[in-house]
Design a protein around this ligand. Sequence first.
Ligand code: MRU
Length: 342
Amino acid sequence: MILTLSMCESRTIWWDDGLWLIDQTRLPVELRPIKIESVKNLIEAITSLRVRGAPALGAAGAYGIALAARLSFTDNSFQLLQELEMAGEIIKKSRPTAVNLSWGVDRALRSVVVQDTAEGIREAALREAELIADEDIAINKSLGRRGALLLDDGDSVLTHCNAGRLACVGWGTALGVIRSAVDAGKEIHVYACETRPLNQGSRLTAWELVHEGIEVTLICESASGSLMRKGRIDKAIVGADRITKDAVFNKIGTYNHAVLAKAHKLPFYVAAPLSTFDLGHCEADITIEERGSEELCSVGGVQLAPTGVDTYNPAFDATPLNLVTALITEKGIFRPPLMPSV
Ligand code: MRU
């Protein structure tokens, strides 16, 4: 199937007689949907970042339960519920840091426990997953509108990783705020950090913005400090994978930008839906996913480091809330230590 960009106007993950998603590992070269045929297949897609970004993972988790329900052969509702619980546990473990994945799985599971037939369970799981997907777009547009008020006409805004349409079902969180500001008639220039090692910034954020005609300059993340010092960045805005009562977890490198923003007296904003908040936990409770050395040691089959070198490849870092100017949510803007009630 050849896809056009208008596909992205709708959804990055959807149900059409089965579960479909855009394979993000192929971008920016190719916009290709893949059909997910099994829970095992979904877990591979999650761990290899074919589907990624906290809100998109929330929808993927819920659709995973709907898929497990559809693929089960049992007509025994009790047995089906047990199978779904087991599928949910495996899906949740596939990426531990983004809380939305567990949130989506748990929401789908909660929707099925009240059903007393296998058919009712199958229908309820899919209904809930579709609802999560619909809500995601509405929520991102709502937080986008609120966050856009924090951006001024002519601002240059730094962002890290991809918190755009691709990281969500649609619209985006950090990029959603930028999109909403542009829609409101403001001229915004984005500095997109390439985001090593998997380059979500250059492959995905730059791709989204270039195709939408939003002005973007690609930089390597280590350029952010000198750009701030030169006065070429007005604000920074990122998404989040989890917000605990004391920290924002987001793509590795986020903390560096937050420290630099503080040093240069620039606002550092985090845009995230309430489903990303995990206020029952603090930073010390959270597992940061560590990924394989191959992501650092090679790119596209080209070796970048000596064979056997020791590596450390955390996918995320934690930024203490005292470095965050404001949290942008669908329920409003919260300036830490003020937090939303979730
Ligand atoms: O490893 P990834 O690509 O899933 O990491 C994604 C991020 O860190 C995003 O910034 C975050 O999920 C916010 S998405 C709206």
